[in-house]
Design a protein around this ligand. Sequence first.
Ligand SMILES: Cc1cc2nc3c(=O)[nH]c(=O)nc-3n(C[C@H](O)[C@H](O)[C@H](O)COP(=O)(O)OP(=O)(O)OC[C@H]3O[C@@H](n4cnc5c(N)ncnc54)[C@H](O)[C@@H]3O)c2cc1C
Length: 418
Amino acid sequence: MTGPTYKIVIVGAGPVGLAVGALLAASRACERLQISIIDAGTAPHWETEQLDLRVYALSRASQQILDAAGAWRAIAGQRMSPYRRMQIWEGATWRHSGKLQFDSVAVGEPDLGAIVEDSLIRSALSSVIEANPRIEIRRSTTVADVQVRDGCIELLTASAEQGVTANLLVAADGAQSAVRKRMDFKALERDYQQQAIVAHIESEAKHAATAWQRFLPGGPLAFLPLADGRSSIVWSLPNAEAAALMETDAPQFERALGHASGGVLGALRLSSRRVSLPLRAQHALSYCQPRVALAGDAAHTVHPLAGQGMNLGLQDAWSLAQAIEAAVLSGQDPGDLRVLRRYERARKAENLAMLAAFDGIDRLFRAPRALAPLRLGGLNFVDRLPLLKRQLILRALGLSNQVERKRSDRWSQYGTLA
Ligand SMILES: Cc1cc2nc3c(=O)[nH]c(=O)nc-3n(C[C@H](O)[C@H](O)[C@H](O)COP(=O)(O)OP(=O)(O)OC[C@H]3O[C@@H](n4cnc5c(N)ncnc54)[C@H](O)[C@@H]3O)c2cc1C
């Protein structure tokens, strides 16, 4: 293939930045690209013996994207936990409450998604990238400055070694994105005044490949089924309550957790350390400027109540890689604002709609008790509408619209999950 070569620098080797790199490496534009990925952290370390505390519920769409990036087979071959059912409820116990149940059987799919470890996703994507001479990863390197010059972007790293000049900079440096701030992208923000406590637990009852979520006045409590029979909890609570719970000893924490879970999985035992993470919603008003594009948490951060942040970020990675590939193949500079606007148009409306939906759900379930009958009735009402539930499942799997079907067709070139 003849034509100019374009340089792309990706800041952030999180799952989204790595996915952009690996998708470009697998694209038809690869031989016309030279890609550098810069990350502040060290190389990912996935352990066979110990499950990472940070896990994600990955939709089918995310699995397809990771497969197109060349990483899904390695991930699925190592460790993942497909979940077949999701049970959501509000009220004292699972039996006596407003509840909504989803089952993969309703849409003829083998599962509703899979729980996968962060370090495994990063390791698998890094391996794909390290095997490609057109991409390099520089770790333990942070960005000190970014300047847009005539026809290129210059990036200076904190270690003050020589800078990087590129046609396009992709900022995938997470929720606190230094590039977003440095380039003065405006963002809407909401601090939920909540922390999410994350830990792994053992339970008396088997998780039965089911993800559970109970809405409590202080925030949702989720149980995600892990491959070794344990569950990962994500418990969102007001800051002060979360801080107090982080101070308790294991038996006190287990009692509080058992009470909050309504006993749905029987007696619970803490089997890992606990970490707490501040929760905020954030959405950049624009995802691009000439020669700069934001992706993943750098562009949008959502409440973890629907476990969708990573899924949305991987869809950004897919759309951005598609826009870059199309531009390069037609001889267009991938840093051109018209190219980046195509990516923005493909992603912004959906991300914003999801953010607004999760924000609305959070507000509804944290609203005063007087609204409880409405919430309970609403859950039970939706639960009795199989067609609507089917649409909700397809949407959560990322299989509901035309773009998603197109990606699915492309996915069929790579094989299926079976
Ligand atoms: C409690 C909780 C539970 C969640 N559960 C789910 C779930 O089940 N499913 C789901 O889809 N999503 C989930 N999410 C959301 C998910 O964690 C994020 O959406 C996802 O991690 C975003 O990936 P990213 O690659 O954009 O950013 P990150 O994972 O934050 O990666 C950013 C990378 O950039 C690097 N970096 C940062 N600053 C710099 C700099 N200045 N210079 C160079 N490098 C830099 C960092 O080292 C890091 O490697 C959850 C979030 C929380 C808080």
